[in-house]
Design a protein around this ligand. Structure first.
Ligand code: PAF
Length: 277
């Protein structure tokens, strides 16, 4: 049976008897899909006990974003996790951000550019809540999806810079049969948008093929144009970056990653892939 815990003190108390062995954590915002479950399975490879946090974190949403609309499906999430997570930690916003809360964790390095150019508030919100979660649970391992590749690097930077005990593990993106990266926000797509959304994966593969010829800027430009041609309404970025630092690259002499973000109706989709592994 998966135990539901809703307070930070309750989480510490529930984890106390397990400190004789490794503990893994999978931070999520809920509305769990198979991609999240693959993170939970990855967690099980590292520790016999797993905590999944489910918290739609208000500080990572700007006022005009989808905080209110974000799906909240705790009961269904608990059912999906039964047997694979030992604890679900689902705090209220007041538990995580009590009256007077005045701290924001700001990570530099990999947080610069890309998502930050379009969602300037985002990584401070993510870093703040992830720091709180990791400090409360003190897991030996925390698993984050490569789907949010920049977030993964930001969390790694955070854990290293704050000297947290937790090792950050990245897990590969799970995709639908047509290549669409699994995301809770896919639920916003209507059938026409859902068909268009799947093109992002194909277009990123085309960008990678074009980049292999050496013209990285040409490949990025072509990717942006192809997304608009496919029916996306607005492209935030298609960028080939150093896979470790996300710094811009001139060539493919080191591992690189192509990352993209684009809008389709009211949905903003992101995806990324390794360019040269
Ligand atoms: O990737 C997510 O679901 C969220 O950004 C995270 C890491 C749980 C922080 O709220």
């Amino acid at each position: 049976m998966t135990e539901l815990v809703t307070t930070l003190a309750g989480l510490r108390a529930a984890l106390a008897p397990w400190r004789d062995g490794p503990i893994a954590m999978v931070p999520t915002m809920g509305a769990l899909h198979d991609g999240h479950l693959s993170l939970v399975h990855e967690a099980a490879r590292h520790a016999p006990r797993t905590v999944v946090s489910i918290f739609v974190n208000p500080t990572q949403f700007a006022p005009h974003e989808d905080f209110d609309a974000y799906p909240r499906t705790l009961e269904a999430d608990m059912a999906r996790l039964d047997g694979s997570a030992d604890i679900v930690f689902a705090p209220s916003p007041a538990e995580m951000y009590p009256r007077g809360f005045a701290t924001l964790v700001s990570v530099g390095g990999p947080s610069q550019g890309l998502e930050s150019d379009f969602r300037p508030h985002f990584f401070a919100g993510v870093a703040t809540v992830v720091a709180k979660l990791l400090l409360a649970a003190m897991p030996d391992v925390a698993v984050f999806g490569e789907k949010d590749y920049q977030q993964l690097l930001v969390v790694r930077r955070l854990a290293a810079d704050l000297g947290l005990v937790t090792r950050i593990v990245g897990a590969p993106t799970l995709r639908e049969a047509d290549g669409l990266a699994m995301s809770s926000r896919n639920a916003y797509l209507d059938p026409r948008e859902r068909t268009i959304a799947a093109q992002m994966n194909r277009i990123l593969k085309d960008v990678i093929a074009r980049a292999a010829g050496g013209d990285l800027h040409g490949a990025e430009d072509e990717g942006r144009a192809a997304l608009l041609d496919a029916g996306f309404d607005k492209v935030d970025y298609v960028a080939i970056r150093d896979a470790a630092s996300l710094a811009p690259v001139r060539d493919l002499s080191r591992p690189a990653r192509v990352l993209a973000a684009a809008h389709l109706g009211r949905t903003r989709l992101i995806d990324n892939m390794p360019v040269n592994v």
